[in-house]
Design a binder for this molecule. Structure first.
Ligand code: MG
Length: 210
């Protein structure tokens, strides 16, 4: 299996686009997690059936959240997705969330290209209210049979807030992987150089042609 943290980048969050890897399909009570040490998926535990996931659950490659894991994603689709696929996603917002005193935010996404609903979901407000209610209820209660009262949904916030959470998680990952930071820096310099050359060519053409 591919090591998703090696073969994928986080995508282009500044433009609202993300790369997402799916761990748990909607409707599953299997807490399947990406095992970054062995680069494969593992079943961490079986949750009570009453707390099956109300939406697909996954992560953004090359990110590091405050809990030490990749940044989590809630992916909303009509049909359950499959463990192990990756996809391009559109960011709608973020669910601010605390688990056992640790920040454990979840980025809320939909597929980038959804021709079933005609890309109807562009912001959190476009989602059915009941969808967010179910997600909020799930994450406030899914640990109740084992450790009640340890999780709390703090708020749902829009795209700008989500982008900040993602940027911080990418930065945290880059701090731990300086070789990627150097590569990213070089790519940015190369992009700037390309732009500068384009501008120069344009200016020269204009000067020659009058
Ligand atoms: Mg997490």
């Amino acid at each position: 299996m591919a090591d998703f943290n090696k073969v994928l980048t986080p995508g282009n969050p500044d433009k609202g686009e993300l790369n997402v890897v799916i761990e748990i399909p909607t409707g599953s009570n299997h807490k399947i997690e990406w095992d970054r040490e062995h680069a494969c998926f593992m079943l961490d535990r079986v949750e009570p059936m009453a707390f099956a996931k109300p939406c697909n659950y996954g992560f953004i490659p090359q990110t590091l959240d405050e809990d030490g894991d990749e940044l989590d994603v809630l992916m909303i689709t009509d049909q359950p997705l499959t463990t192990g696929i990756w996809m391009k996603a559109k960011i709608l917002g973020v669910m601010k969330f605390v688990d056992g005193g640790e920040v454990d935010d979840k980025i809320i996404c939909v597929p980038e290209d959804d021709r079933n609903n005609g890309d109807a979901y562009k912001t959190l407000e476009d989602l059915p209210a009941q969808t967010l209610k179910q997600i909020e209820y799930h994450f406030n209660h899914y640990k109740d049979l084992k450790k009640p009262g340890t999780t709390e949904v703090k708020a749902f916030e829009g795209l700008d807030s989500a982008k900040k959470v993602i940027a911080a998680s990418i930065e945290r990952y880059l701090e731990k992987h300086p070789e990627l930071k150097v590569k990213k820096g070089m790519e940015e310099v190369a992009d700037q150089a390309k732009e500068a050359v384009k501008e120069t060519v344009k200016a020269v053409k204009k000067a020659v042609n009058g």
